[in-house]
Design a protein around this ligand. Structure first.
Ligand code: FAD
Length: 392
């Protein structure tokens, strides 16, 4: 069954990027069809930000994005700013609030953002087909998309299917398969913004600390993230650890400053003449159970007046630079995003169109542009969707 009406634009994926692009295309008078295999739009938006959707960040900048080409995102981010999404949100009378580091959340529920996108799509005349599994995409004088609901044709095709992280919400590697089908380079995908899994040895030592969190600074590659870390049964989570996972390469250690902003040597030296044990002193600065477990593994805890200067220095150094070598991460099942994706060299940074395949566009998370935690990924979805929406 082939649909006899050919659309100007077919967009695959009714998530953040796909719907935003659809709105922009339709506002330009293009006929637009959005296809999604899931039963609802914006599945990830609904659960994002713990149900409050951290939909942008006041301080969005290219420096918050990881990509093989860190310059690629600049053009789209410059043309769609946090103020632009806030204007739309305000037009829909959606209350929001700002948290640390410029993160902007819905005051009520992420469903407000979902409803906003659905209303804007309906107002602009976008046709939406949900619960519509796709089997094939082909190009021949335009594009053909074969689905369970029929074959649809279009002049332009926009792939907005995100990455394979969080498959429970309908995520798939479909977009990457389409990229490969058209001969495009794909930067190897990997789960990111994801908890770390400790080695078997570290799990044995630290699993009893599950639930304990502390303020730390986690360094990985050239990046350092200050924030909370949370011990889990299998490893390490919490905002600072999740951020580090975006920059982590398997086999590399994490370097964790357990007392950032504190001169540990000074703290230890101040008790130099005391009979207090190191573990008891540290329990005043770190969660007690963690201080005990850490001391058991890393140092010999003895009264401070029996500790040499060299031992004190070494202890201070270890507390400021605790090296942990993770075995891996929790993987796609719980990763907030997929890093890697369609190589940005294949795309125009102005339009998101594939340079070698006129009419084919990739937007959102499927592209090798991954934001840090804090509203940057949804902002990339809006900005890249907006960019493609001016041209597709
Ligand atoms: C638990 C969680 C919390 C998050 N919280 C935040 C947050 O607070 N702030 C933030 O900025 N980011 C957050 N993110 C990341 C953010 O949700 C994504 O980066 C963003 O939604 C990506 O948008 P997208 O449109 O590219 O892809 P998606 O939103 O993933 O949309 C892709 C769409 O394509 C559809 N699709 C996939 N495969 C197929 C296929 N084979 N056929 C047809 N349709 C298909 C899917 O059903 C989906 O509707 C979170 C992610 C998760 C998992």
């Amino acid at each position: 069954m082939t649909s006899d009406t050919r659309k100007n634009v077919i967009i695959i994926g009714a998530g953040a990027a796909g719907q935003f692009c659809a709105i922009e295309c339709a506002r330009r008078g293009r006929s637009v069809l959005v296809l999604d295999h899931g039963p609802r739009t914006g599945a990830k938006i609904r659960i994002s930000g713990g149900g409050r959707c951290n939909f942008t960040n006041r301080h969005v900048s290219p420096a918050n994005y990881h990509s093989r080409n860190p310059h690629f995102c600049k053009s789209a981010l410059a043309r769609f700013t946090p103020r632009d999404i806030l204007s739309l949100v305000e037009k829909h009378h959606i209350a929001y609030y700002e948290k640390d580091a410029g993160q902007i959340f819905c005051a009520r529920s992420s469903r407000d953002i979902v409803a906003m996108l659905e209303q804007e799509c309906a107002r602009a005349g976008v046709e939406m087909r949900l619960s519509c599994p796709l089997s094939d995409v082909a190009r021949e004088e335009g594009f053909f998309v074969t689905t369970k609901q029929g074959v649809f044709r279009s002049d332009a095709l926009v792939i907005a299917t995100g990455g394979p992280s969080y498959p429970a919400l309908g995520a798939s590697g479909f977009g990457l398969d389409v990229a490969r089908q058209f001969g495009l380079t794909v930067v190897p995908p990997r789960p990111a913004l994801v908890p770390f899994v400790f080695s078997a040895r570290d799990q044995k030592v630290f699993h009893e600390l599950a639930g304990i969190s502390l303020d730390a600074a986690v360094s990985c590659d050239v990046k350092c993230f200050r924030g909370s870390i949370l011990f889990t049964h299998r490893g390490l989570s919490g905002p600072a650890a999740l951020q580090a996972s975006l920059y982590w390469t398997p086999g590399e250690p994490l370097v964790i400053d357990l007392l950032p902003g504190t001169d540990v040597l000074e703290v230890l030296a101040a008790k130099r003449r005391s009979r207090m044990e190191l573990r008891n002193l540290l329990a005043g600065h770190l969660p007690k159970r963690f201080a005990e477990a850490w001391c058991d593994q890393m140092v010999t805890s003895k009264p401070l007046d029996q500790t040499s200067d060299r031992e004190l220095k070494e202890t201070a150094l270890r507390l400021h630079a605790w090296k942990v070598l993770p075995k891996g991460t929790e993987g796609y099942a719980t990763a907030e995003v997929t890093a890697g994706g369609v190589d940005t060299d294949e795309l125009s940074s102005k339009t998101m169109e594939v340079k070698r395949v006129p009419g084919l566009y990739f937007i959102g998370e499927v592209v090798d542009v991954t934001g840090e935690l804090g509203g940057y990924n949804l902002h990339w979805a809006w900005a890249s969707g907006f960019a493609a929406g001016q041209f597709a």
